[in-house]
Design a binder for this molecule. Sequence first.
Ligand code: ADP
Ligand code: ASP
Ligand code: MG
Length: 463
Amino acid sequence: MKFGGTSIGSEEQISRVVDLIINEKRKKVVVVSAMAGVTDKLLYISKHIVDLPVSIVDKEVDKFYNEILSLHKSTARGIIDNKRLLNNTLNKIDELAEKLRITLLGVGYLEDLSPRSLDYILSFGERFSVLILAGALESRGIRVKALTGFEAGIITDSNFGLARPIFSKIKYSIKERLEPMLKRGILPVVTGFIAADEKGRITTLGRGGSDYTASLIARYLNAEEVQIWTDVDGILTTDPKIVKSAKLIPEISYIEAMDLAYFGAKVIHSKMIEPAMDADIPVRIKNTFNPECEGTLIVSRQEKVESVVKAVTMAKDVSIINLRGLGMAETPNIAGRLFSTLGEKNINIIMISGSSESNLSFVIRNSDVERTLDLLNDKFIGSDIKAIEVLNDVCIITVVGVGMAGTKGIAAKIFQTVADNDVNIIMIAQGSSEVNISFIVREEDGEKVLRALHNRFIESSTK
Ligand code: ADP
Ligand code: ASP
Ligand code: MG
């Protein structure tokens, strides 16, 4: 059972979560994210503190320390009613907060924030929340053990910020750590998102990565199912924050769910699908605030709906890089070299398109643009590439549904709907999967296109 930050934003919410955990009678492991907004705050202070004049670092760190300390302590006080357990939890929160304070001061004074330090700082969100949830469960008479992801057996490479599990290790370590506890009737409560490398240095699995923690644990414990408890009824036909009439999808296949998540539906992390799919473990998305709702079940079965389109999604904060004047003929395999150079630096190419004899376009995250341009200028410009153009302020729109590739005329209908709304398509993905079509429009047109597609293919077809 994985509970996201949105499920543990306050003591009332945590008390609901405790009830849900107690009501689930099967043997289980609990995975928990940081309290809502805390990871964002940790990220903000880290970036803010390196840029500050050293003279005001102390003051800023103190302010932040007090804010974080009081949030977690007051939540603990509101939810743990056993005095001994409360004091124990408060002491541990104090100890952690002190470590966080010292680290932030170090970052501020040295004016140096390495990816490794950032992961260490970001890990505090989950390390605080796990103490509170474990304390709350214990005060209700449950035998629990609070663990970090690493203590639960999640070992990763040292790619700080976006660490990858070392599968040959975690195949054994997760079982070794968790099974003995489960056998003794102890409930493991594990921090999502954070792990450690082989040297024991804290790493993170990427934003939203707690879902991944849950599915890795499920995979290697051979769980019956993975439950993702969040603040919506399940996977909906689109983001309900943008389209109010979005509807629940009761069942969806692994592949469709993975594509939706990869292209912007943040309700689950796209990487969480693979471990579940490998072991054919169903993933159930449930609403902490409406537990009676069945939610969404993600399974291997693939079913085509009449309108083909099951859901639409939007991914923002991306840019197109256009390369012109590629000397393809003279320097063979330039695309291959280019993408492996970017890959080595962990720059993820989200979409590729428009490759011709002399032009190539691809899409990356905004946060990778600077590093990509440096690499291109360093290694390719002048010799292999004549000019680079960057297009910011764009977004990816993705339409997902089994049968997309085999249905005649579906792409035409999708693009016609976009054109009818007076929006220009900047780029279309090549090599989209069998179940999706992705394209790029200007960011300012994104929501309009999302609504139009939702209306044309989902609302109209179910009216
Ligand atoms: P958690 O804290 O539980 O991990 P997230 O904020 O990461 O929760 O994910 C839940 C949010 O995902 C929802 O509040 C919703 O706005 C957003 N979302 C985006 N696309 C979809 C979709 N297709 N279906 C459901 N939720 C979506
Ligand atoms: N707390 C982390 C984040 O905000 C991980 C998660 O929520 O899944 O990204
Ligand atoms: Mg999430």
